[in-house]
Design a protein. Structure first.
Lengths: 108, 552
């Protein structure tokens, strides 16, 4: 599996939309499937994202706490499990968290 | 399997999954043939079988199998050859002639009742009455003969014509219906016979005793009571040699044996009424006593009321006693006294001041006094409690020392007389060569440590413990690194961190949201060895100074 690289700016609300496409040997759709996803930032801190299955084949991933994501390289993947026993992990996505640059408080 | 995902409306990308285990693959090719195995041993004959010689691999041999198990009817040889079985059989009797035993058939008829009866035996039931007689003689058919045989007379209440108790020699006692006689060899015969009275062996003391009825009236005749003296009582029983007869009371014949105590007698009593006082008094006491003039005497009513004095006169015939009472205890008038010889005047109370003699003669008291500390010695040798209070106070806080200079020297404190006389002009003073001198001020720069850290990270955080206090950080990132100044953590107000820009670009200084960065010239450190100092001011405030610029 390859590890894709993507950038994300710190502090911006994270909104991801996923579309599930089945293949032989995999669940036909997301019915009965639980999705959990988390991101581990450059300071090795774990941040869970909110997941909602919006249809049998679509789901959304979101977080409005990305200000807590420390700049640097972060890693993100998605865990699907069914009946608590059959576990599917996605490939790991490498996210480069870009820091906010403009100071939010500057005194002269 | 995969799914696509887009972040914040960016172009969607595909995310692959780690798939489940696939189906079982096809069977692999056959392996190569193995090396030949170990063969069987050579030799052997038809019917032999292969057997292990020992536990060593392949160590076998050909052997002839064992015979089959014996079957009853197929056993050959002689029974006696099986000696254990023959011994067991020899322990049994032969059924044809069991020596010494009789068969049950031969015993038929022997134990029948008619056979037993014909043998003349008596039955158990017939023996029962005989056994009862043997136990308690009940059921005897001829009681008279039985009593004769037992020498018990002619009835169940036996009477005896006479009883003779024969002793040794001529000693014999005889009891008849009218007399009892005893014969004792050497002493003669003693006979009691109602008709003749008692006959003693000694014929000179013969007497005849009669019944009380025969004496009735003899002692009541008037001539007896009027003409003869009354009966004289005998002496009391017991007593020991030397004792004398003493009246116990005034009752006639009330006397007993008593031991006579020889010597003068003084103990007596008096019923003369007298009052307790010190004067001449007269008492009537017992007669025949041994009091003489000038003799000490004690006259007591009880333990709390008594008088003591000397005898003036005593009449042993009348018992009149005059005494000179010179000491008494108690008070009142009494008529029941116990009088006895005195001789010891009761000790009177001794008043302080009336003791004569020398104190030293009372050696025990003198010894006790000598064991005490003389007051003059105490005054010169010991300190009083009040006098010690001053010393105790000095021991507590050294107050009131007479020579403070020497005391400081003794304490190793030098010769300073005071410690709080430094000038009050706001400077910090210290003692130098025996006088006050201004202490050098410590600047922030002087707090910089010697820890130099080279960091090639694109992003570093300062304040949370990433770097020690007052560090010097050489930043060598190949680009534009960012420095986040955080909540101070281990840093305290006045701590500094010195950044040296040895990157290939600019260093951006930002706060991490937990504190505020004050930067009058801008948040960017110039490249090529620009130096910026970040000083923590306290209260989550950092301030930057150095080679800063406002933009890049």
């Amino acid at each position: 599996m390859s590890c894709t690289n993507h950038q994300f700016k710190q502090g911006v609300t994270f909104n991801g939309a996923g579309t599930y496409a089945t293949e032989p040997g995999w669940p036909a759709n997301l019915t009965g499937v639980t999705i959990v996803t988390a991101l581990r930032d450059s300071r090795n801190k774990l941040h869970y994202l909110d997941v909602a299955i919006t249809s049998p084949t679509t789901f959304t991933v979101s977080s409005n706490q990305t200000q807590e994501w420390h700049p640097g390289t972060a890693y993100w993947d998605i865990q699907f499990f069914q009946n608590t026993t059959e576990i599917f992990y996605s490939a790991t996505v490498r996210l480069e968290i870009i820091p906010n640059v403009t100071p939010n408080k500057v005194s002269t | 399997m995969a799914f696509t995902i887009s972040i914040n409306d960016q172009a969607a990308f595909e995310v692959l999954f780690a798939g489940p285990a696939g189906p079982t693959g096809p069977q692999g090719p056959q392996g190569i043939q193995g090396v030949p195995g170990q063969g069987v041993p050579v030799g052997g004959t038809a019917g032999q079988v292969l057997a292990k010689v020992d536990g060593v691999n392949y160590n076998t041999e050909w052997i002839t199998p064992q015979d089959e198990y014996a079957v009853w009817g197929g056993i050959t040889g002689t029974l006696s050859a099986q000696v254990d079985l023959q011994a067991a059989l020899d322990g049994k009797y032969s059924t044809t002639n069991p020596a010494g035993f009789i068969t049950s058939a031969a015993l038929v008829g022997y134990a029948t009742e008619s056979y037993v009866n014909s043998q003349g035996f008596i039955t158990a039931s017939a023996l029962t009455p005989y056994l009862t007689k043997a136990g308690n003689l009940s059921g005897l058919t001829d009681l008279a003969l039985a009593r004769d045989n037992l020498q018990l007379g002619s009835s169940n209440g036996p009477t005896f014509a006479g009883v003779t108790v024969q002793g040794a020699g001529s000693n014999v006692a005889q009891l008849s219906s009218t007399a009892l006689s005893l014969n004792h060899t050497g002493y003669g015969q003693f006979t009691i016979q109602p008709s003749t009275g008692i006959t003693f062996p000694d014929s000179t003391v013969q007497t005849t005793a009669f019944t009380a009825a025969l004496l009735s009236g003899y002692a009541t005749e008037s001539w007896v009571t009027a003409g003869f003296a009354p009966l004289v009582r005998g002496l009391p029983a017991s007593g020991t040699v030397g004792q004398v007869l003493t009246k116990n009371s005034g009752t006639s014949y009330d006397a007993s044996w008593a031991t006579l105590i020889p010597g003068d007698r003084y103990l007596t009593t008096s019923t003369t009424s007298n009052t307790l006082s010190n004067t001449t008094k007269t008492f009537t006491i017992g007669t025949g006593l041994s009091y003489t003039p000038t003799q000490s005497i004690t006259i007591s009513y009880d333990a709390s009321n008594h008088m003591h004095g000397e005898v003036l006169t005593y009449n042993s015939g009348t018992g009149v006693l005059t005494v000179d009472i010179n000491h008494h205890t108690g008070s009142g008038t009494y008529a029941s006294w116990v009088v006895n010889v005195g001789g010891v005047v009761p000790a009177a109370s001794v008043a302080w001041g009336s003791i004569t003699g020398t104190l030293g003669s009372q050696s025990d008291l003198a010894t006790a006094l000598n064991a005490k500390l003389d007051s003059a010695t105490a005054a010169t040798t010991y300190q009083t409690l009040s006098g010690m209070s001053d010393y105790l106070s000095k021991a507590g806080n050294l107050s009131g020392l007479a020579d403070t200079e020497t005391a400081r020297t003794n304490l190793g404190l030098g010769n300073m007389s005071t410690f709080d006389d430094a000038p009050g002009d706001g400077y910090t003073y210290g003692r130098v060569n025996g006088e006050w001198g201004v202490a050098p001020q410590v600047t922030n720069n002087s707090q910089l440590g010697t820890t130099v850290t080279t960091d090639a990270s694109s992003t570093i955080y300062v304040g949370g413990g990433s770097f020690p206090r007052n560090s010097i950080i050489r930043m060598t990132y190949a680009g534009d690194p960012t420095v986040y100044l955080e909540n101070p953590g281990v840093f305290i107000a006045g701590d500094q961190v010195l950044f040296v820009n040895q990157t290939s670009g600019y260093i951006t200084f930002l706060d991490d949201g937990s504190c505020t960065v004050l930067s009058p010239a801008g948040p960017y450190c110039v490249p090529t060895n620009g130096v910026v100092a970040a000083v923590y001011l306290g209260d989550q405030l950092w301030v930057l100074s150095g080679n800063l610029q406002a933009s890049i």
